[in-house]
Structures are given as structure tokens and as C-alpha cells.
Design a protein around this ligand. Structure first.
Ligand SMILES: C[S@@+](CC[C@H](N)C(=O)[O-])C[C@H]1O[C@@H](n2cnc3c(N)ncnc32)[C@H](O)[C@@H]1O
Length: 318
């Protein structure tokens, strides 16, 4: 008998806190260290192009537990940071980390309750920098207009955002094939693998169009930034393939790549009957043991400026 899968983390009160603090590494400290090392690379790439005046203020949008803003504060002791997120628990965690790092006095924390950056004044920050947060905002053009609004003239935007659209398109193509006239000729493995992949990405055109983190490409990001009034926009798409980051098979099966996905372990236990589960698990485990479990990261890095000259620096005292 196939049981029906309980709703994944998306039903939890604060899915992001739950995912970022526990689920993404399946509670495995070695896995968490590897994830943090990878995230630090993305963050450093997003911070590097920023040109910040002395005493600048940086907005870390979708700050999570504060990784990006805290890294920026560690690089410049004249910098101030505004940490903004929809998760109260993650803002608390960022606050605790800022205090522990001795930079609390240079930080402000803003709980976002709508899609409008309420609580952050017009032209009040010198840079907006974000990693893997805009991707999850349903109205990206609207949010880019708010980034433009809160930046001072001449201020910089720098984003590092994952692009999942290709994964979703593959998933949609699989489903069409599995429901098409050739379906009986397709290998049983494809049916089972699709059960897993369809728990990670939308597999119909309608579901894809409605999914904020899958329904856009890097080209949309740059077009929307220019429509929002940004200039000197520059975008790079980095595609890197490599072995899956999990240190062992158990952690691999228990982790989820984002809070709206279901772990492989839950798919095996809840979506498959016992014969399917044993078959799929042994197929994937063999792949894992041969080092053939490859993951592909697609990250878009976008920088742009709000037009206008930065305000002149105040004259030095005396
Ligand atoms: C993948 S985590 C990234 C966290 C952090 N930027 C980092 O690099 O570790 C995504 C973050 O975006 C936040 N988020 C999701 N939707 C948001 C929205 N509509 N507005 C602001 N933040 C949002 C989540 O609460 C979460 O902290």
C-alpha cells in the first residue's frame, strides 16, 4: 500500500527557520560545514563587486541567520547593516550571532511582513545585497522596485540567486513523456525517479508558472532590474557540476534542497510501495557508492546601480 505523504516543511509555521537551521543538512554537522563553506563562496562573490563609501549601510535582504551581512561587517569595521527577513526566528538568530561577533551596535533588524520593504526608508542604504532570497519572492519586479527605492542615488545592488528553472523544465518533460503515447516503452526506472524529482520541482506547465523559485531565468532578473530603473547592470550565470555535497548516503537521503521539497527518504517511505522502495533505493545507492550522484548548481550574479551621484561626503571636522 502507498501511504499519502504528509505535507513537507511548507506546512510548518516558519518553514524557512526550520529548513535553514535543521533540514538543509539533515542535522549532520559535517554536511552543515560543507553547506556553509559553499554558501560563503556565493556570498563572497556577491559582496566583492560592491563599492561602498566610508560609513556605508548595507541591506541584507532575506538575511536568514545573517551569513551575508555578518560577513560584510567582518570585512569593514565602518560598515552598518540592516538585516531584513520574513522569519522572526531567523532574525533572532542573526541578532544573537551579531552580538556574539561583537558587531551588534552596527546592526538593525527588520521583520518584513508584506512584499514592500516597509520599515526601510527611501534612499536610506548604500547597497542592497542578497543571496538566495529574491528567488523565493513571488513579485520579483515589485521587490526590485523596492530595492531601487531604498537605495541612495548611486547605490549598488548585488544579488546571488539560484536558477532552478532548468531542473523544473526537465521534470515537466519527464512527466509529459510518462503520460504520452510512448509511456509503456519507457523504463520503469524513469517512473520511479520521476516520483522523487516531482517532489522537488513542479512537473506541469501550470505548476511551474505558479512556482516563484522556478518560474524565472537569469535573463528575467536582468530585464526586471533594468525595468525597475537600475543602470549599468551586469549579469553572470555560473553553472558548476560536481559530486553531491552530502558526506554520506544517509544524510543525502534525509536532506532537502529547499523548504518546499520532500526528502528522498520520505519519498521512499511514503510515495513508494515496498518493492518500489527497495528497487529505487538500491538503484540510487549504487549510483551514490560509485560517486555518480552529481549535482548541478546554477547561480545568477547580478550587479546594478541606482542612477545618480552618491551624496558628497561631509567635510572633515576642523
Ligand atoms: C535560502 S535562505 C537564504 C538565507 C541567507 N540569505 C543566506 O545566504 O544564508 C532564504 C531566506 O529568504 C527569506 N525569505 C523568503 N521569502 C522572503 C520574502 N518574501 N521576503 C524576505 N525574505 C524572504 C527566508 O526567510 C530565508 O531566510
Amino acid at each position: 500500500m502507498i501511504r499519502s505523504l504528509p505535507l513537507a516543511a511548507a506546512s510548518v509555521d516558519d518553514p524557512w527557520a526550520d529548513w535553514l537551521l535543521h533540514e538543509r543538512s539533515a542535522g549532520d554537522p559535517e554536511f552543515e560545514m560543507r553547506i556553509q563553506a559553499r554558501v560563503s563562496e556565493y556570498i563572497d562573490r556577491a559582496l566583492r563587486p560592491l563599492e561602498l563609501p566610508p560609513g556605508a549601510t548595507l541591506l541584507d535582504f532575506g538575511c536568514g541567520d545573517g551569513a551575508l551581512g555578518l560577513r560584510a561587517l567582518s570585512l569593514r569595521d565602518d560598515l552598518r547593516a540592516v538585516f531584513a527577513d520574513t522569519s522572526d526566528e531567523l532574525l533572532d538568530r542573526a541578532n544573537e550571532r551579531a552580538e556574539a561577533a561583537g558587531v551588534g551596535a552596527r546592526c538593525r533588524f527588520v521583520l518584513l511582513t508584506g512584499g514592500d520593504l516597509a520599515g526601510i526608508a527611501d534612499a536610506s542604504v548604500d547597497a542592497v545585497c542578497t543571496r538566495s532570497a529574491l528567488a523565493y519572492v513571488p513579485d520579483k519586479p515589485g521587490m526590485l522596485a523596492h530595492f531601487h527605492r531604498v537605495l541612495r542615488p548611486g547605490g549598488m545592488l548585488s544579488l546571488a540567486e539560484p536558477v532552478f528553472r532548468d531542473d523544473a523544465l526537465v521534470c515537466c518533460a519527464e512527466r509529459s513523456a510518462l503520460e504520452g503515447p510512448q509511456a509503456p516503452e519507457l523504463p520503469a526506472a524513469l517512473h520511479l525517479l520521476h516520483k522523487w524529482r516531482a517532489r522537488q520541482f513542479p512537473d506541469t506547465a501550470d505548476a511551474l508558472a505558479a512556482c516563484p523559485h522556478c518560474n524565472f531565468s537569469e535573463r528575467d532578473l536582468i530585464a526586471w532590474a533594468m525595468q525597475a530603473g537600475f543602470e549599468r547592470a551586469h549579469l553572470e550565470l555560473h553553472i558548476d557540476s560536481g559530486p553531491a555535497l552530502a558526506p554520506d548516503w544517509e544524510s543525502f537521503t534525509r536532506h532537502t534542497p529547499h523548504p518546499f521539497a520532500t526528502s528522498l527518504r520520505d519519498v521512499l517511505d511514503w510515495d513508494c510501495n515496498p518493492a518500489e522502495r527497495d528497487w529505487l533505493e538500491s538503484l540510487l545507492r549504487r549510483q551514490w557508492e560509485q560517486g555518480a550522484m552529481i549535482s548541478v548548481d546554477r547561480m545568477a550574479y547580478l550587479q546594478a546601480r541606482r542612477p545618480g551621484a552618491p551624496a558628497p561626503e561631509p567635510p572633515a571636522p576642523g
